[in-house]
Design a protein around this ligand. Structure first.
Ligand code: FEO
Length: 394
């Protein structure tokens, strides 16, 4: 894609990655691909805010060159050091050797250790300003949104917030703005992004939003470093972040399980029936089949997590273990849970699940349900009652 004008003198010069499906080391299924958004601000001085993932360097250089000769770039701002935004720094340094680089102290540290580029780097802090002539950039540190080095760049005269990862979505498209795209799909991706990347940092998200609100900065546009730019209604995504960060839950339960010979699955369906009979919104997933990114998104609003696995080697099956390990990293707050599963000659999965749910901070509200081999009619009823009992505690 070619460069796209956001505002007078401000351009998107990034890259669209249509085919990426595994992000962050296969922890994130990017089912709609993603974009790496880089922004060029042309004034008396010229600034580039963030670069793109290394394999897309040529696209970045081509897009910049459509607007200005590459060697004219004066400043390169790194809002965040992660490779998807900094992977073209070597190419930029080669093309723009006189450019001065800006970022937080942590960004400087991480970029040095990743690329060894000997950049002419100025460390900035919240409130520091950089004049480009008529336009002024001001920086706002945003540690742990989602790395220690993260910051936002705000273009004062345009009320434009370049928020890097925050407010982004993994969404490849030929459109660049929220008024050009189907809103339901956009919000689904924004929610998946929050649940899988920012959920553990929710208290910091709230604090940062409160801080920005207190600064009374007008915000006419939010341009993140992934996906669609919010220009029609930038507060829509800010308000959504506030709701997600507040850890609001509903009368909803996610049942996530892995089954060896379908007995655990049979249990899962009966537990679901018990929950549904009490009017609970239930989502049920076999974690060996369904991509985990979407399940984690569903968990964002769920008050209850019921996790199951067949026993294998006195523990749980591997996809269930992998799923719970990731869930633990999301640090969900205020959730209730329970475990279930079928076993053959010796149990173990239920205990293993309960241990990791406890470590995750999920309150176990009833004893786990382990059943030998395939549940009979009486045992199926037990599963149903297990679901009903859980529903009453929601
Ligand atoms: Fe934290 Fe999009 O990189």
């Amino acid at each position: 894609m070619s460069a796209i004008k956001l505002l007078p003198g401000i351009y998107w010069v990034g890259a669209v990655d249509w085919n990426v499906r595994a992000f962050h080391g296969h922890t994130y299924n990017t089912k709609r691909g993603t974009t790496y958004n880089s922004y060029l601000i042309v004034d008396e001085k010229i600034a580039l805010v963030d670069t793109v993932y290394g394999p897309f360097s040529d696209q970045l250089l081509k897009n910049i060159a459509e607007i200005v000769p590459l060697e004219k770039i004066d400043y390169v701002i790194s809002n965040h050091g992660e490779t998807d935004h900094s992977g073209s720094l070597a190419a930029i340094k080669k093309a723009c050797p006189k450019a001065k680089h800006y970022g937080t102290a942590k960004a400087k540290e991480s970029l040095q250790k990743m690329y060894y580029l000997d950049l002419d780097f100025t460390v900035v802090k919240s409130g520091d300003k950089l004049s480009l002539g008529k336009k002024t950039l001001t920086f706002l540190e945003a540690p742990m949104l989602h790395w220690p080095d993260s910051m936002f760049t705000y273009v004062i005269e345009d009320a434009l917030l370049l928020s890097n990862d925050a407010f982004g979505q993994h969404y490849a498209s030929s459109e660049r703005f929220d008024d050009e795209i189907e809103m339901e799909a956009l919000m689904e991706e924004a929610e998946a992004y929050y649940a899988n990347i920012l959920w553990p940092f929710s208290p910091l998200v709230l604090k940062k939003i409160e801080e920005v609100v207190a600064m009374k900065l007008p915000i006419k546009m939010i341009a993140p470093s992934h996906g669609i730019i919010w220009r029609k209604d930038p507060m829509k995504i800010v308000n959504a972040y506030v709701e997600w960060a507040k850890n609001t839950t509903r009368k909803k339960v996610v049942i996530a399980y892995e089954t060896m010979w379908k007995a655990t699955e049979k249990m899962a369906y009966k537990i679901a029936d018990g929950l549904i009979s009490e009017g609970v919104d239930v989502k049920l997933y076999d974690v060996s089949v369904v991509e985990h990114t979407g399940i984690i998104r569903e968990m964002l609003y769920a008050k209850g997590f019921i996790i199951g696995s067949s026993t294998h080697g006195n523990g749980m099956l591997p996809h269930a273990a992998m799923f719970l390990d990731f869930l633990k990293c999301m640090k969900p707050k205020g959730r209730i849970g329970a475990a279930f599963g079928s076993y053959g000659w010796a149990g173990g999965a239920v205990k293993s699940i309960e241990k990791i749910l406890t470590e995750t901070g999920v309150e176990l509200i009833q004893s786990g349900l382990g059943l030998q081999f395939t549940p009979n009619t009486e045992e199926e009823k037990k599963c149903y009652e297990f679901g009903k009992e859980f529903a009453k505690r929601l």
